[in-house]
Design a protein around this ligand. Structure first.
Ligand SMILES: Cc1cc2nc3c(=O)[nH]c(=O)nc-3n(C[C@H](O)[C@H](O)[C@H](O)COP(=O)(O)OP(=O)(O)OC[C@H]3O[C@@H](n4cnc5c(N)ncnc54)[C@H](O)[C@@H]3O)c2cc1C
Length: 388
């Protein structure tokens, strides 16, 4: 067992840290206030190769895998958690999924453009009435012989108003549940698509979230991811995609947990009450010790899940463990941080409020904590296999 990063991984980590601190940090407050998804940051991330982890070099990949991707996401999320989303929306969402299931033509046509940032990407499965039970989705694509016509709507879609192309999961066989889902590569410029930004979310203020409606949207047959063989096989694609993008979530929670820990330690050393820095008091030490232990345990879980993925070993349970534990650890840390900062924690001048708001995403996005509890328990109990 080796707990050391390679020189290349350390360099990447430093590069991501420097980028986040110099290019993202100066805009955090303004972009949070204005709910602004800043294109320049996205373009710079693309330029740095941040959207090419786990992607074959022939399609523009950066030659690095999940572990390196997790390290980069961690550093970016530490500075501004909204930007952890971009990795999933480009790389481990559309690009990697097309690499796994797409036809050669689709791979060549789309992957390099998601990786280079020429296409802003996303993925859409959730609907207003369909969240955890993905198979129950009602947005429907009707087969018209030489094309499909899509009707319905998707809700809570990240990059909803800014995406050029994305993965769209819809029903193609009414009443067939999981056996009637198909994944399309959707062109968001098609007529009949309306995108409405969702404002006033609890957190992730600089991440774009939208409702998207499809009204008689005519899509070509070639838009089916993987071609005709994958018609009605989108549920499997969706689960495979989620197992990759969930690691992006876990790495994001690790980054935020690191930011909270760092801010809490600094404040505990700097704030004096009763003649001593508050960090000298045992009750504060208990808070710091818990944050630190949970942060380290989370790091081990995230890196291990990433390592298993890079090795091509079963990892679904470990990915869910990192996602579930990440949510618990980061919400706990954000809560403790707010208490530790006293009234200043309650002020918007300090980042504690943002930490708490942004921490709550991890309990819901990419599968709720209940869903991940079920995956972990069912695998541990032997009711379901641990999948690659
Ligand atoms: C900011 C943001 C960005 C998002 N981005 C995207 C995106 O890019 N693409 C996309 O497709 N979706 C996206 N989502 C949607 C998100 O993935 C879903 O909200 C999530 O999967 C949960 O679905 P739901 O909200 O419908 O909750 P529900 O499924 O309605 O769940 C409600 C509650 O019931 C619990 N529950 C449900 N079923 C069970 C059960 N069988 N046993 C026990 N408990 C259960 C859940 O755990 C939860 O606590 C985003 C959401 C947000 C808030």
């Amino acid at each position: 067992m080796d707990f050391e990063l390679t020189e290349e991984q350390r360099m990447l980590q430093d590069m991501a840290k420097n980028f986040a601190e110099s290019e993202i940090a100066p805009h955090v407050e303004e972009d949070e206030k204005n709910e602004h998804w800043r294109r320049e940051i996205f373009d710079k991330m693309a330029e740095l190769g941040f959207f090419g982890f786990s992607i074959d070099e022939q399609y523009g990949g950066n030659g690095m895998g999940f572990l390196e991707g997790a390290l980069a996401i961690e550093q970016v999320a530490k500075v501004h958690t909204s930007w952890r989303m971009a990795f999933n929306m480009q790389d481990w969402g559309p690009a990697l999924t097309i690499q796994k299931f797409g036809t050669e033509e689709q791979k060549q046509q789309y992957i390099p453009k998601f990786v280079s940032g020429e296409y802003v990407g996303n993925f859409a499965m959730t609907e207003a009435n369909v969240g955890s039970d993905v198979a129950a989705m009602t947005t429907h694509a009707e087969d018209k012989g030489d094309h499909f016509v899509i009707n319905g709507s998707k809700m809570w879609i990240t990059n909803g108003t800014v995406a050029d192309y994305g993965l769209l999961y819809v029903n193609t066989a009414k009443g067939a549940g999981a056996k009637g889902i198909t994944c399309f590569i959707i062109d968001y410029n098609l007529p009949g698509i309306t995108r409405t930004k969702i404002h006033e979310k609890v957190g992730l203020w600089a991440s774009d979230t939208a409702e998207i409606t499809f009204e008689d949207v005519k899509v070509p047959k070639e838009a089916v991811l993987g071609g005709p063989d994958y018609l009605n096989k989108g549920f499997q694609i969706c689960m495979t995609q989620l197992n990759a993008t969930r690691l992006g979530c876990s790495a994001g929670s690790l980054g935020l947990s690191g930011a909270i820990l760092e801010a809490s330690v600094a404040y505990a050393n700097e704030r004096t009450q009763f003649g001593s820095p508050i960090g000298r008091y045992q009750l504060i030490q208990q808070q710091i010790a818990e944050m630190k232990m949970e942060h380290e345990a989370l790091a081990a879980m995230v890196y291990k899940a990433a390592w298993l993925k890079d090795k091509g070993l079963p990892n679904q349970m470990e990915t869910s463990m990192s996602k579930l534990f990440g949510a618990k650890a980061v919400v706990h840390a954000a809560n403790e941080c707010m208490k530790l900062f006293g009234s200043f924690g309650y002020s918007l001048e300090y980042p504690c409020g943002r930490f708490l708001r942004d921490s709550k995403q991890f309990e819901t996005l990419e599968g709720t904590s209940n869903m991940h509890t079920m995956i972990v328990a069912n695998t541990a109990l032997g009711y379901a296999p641990n999948r690659v």
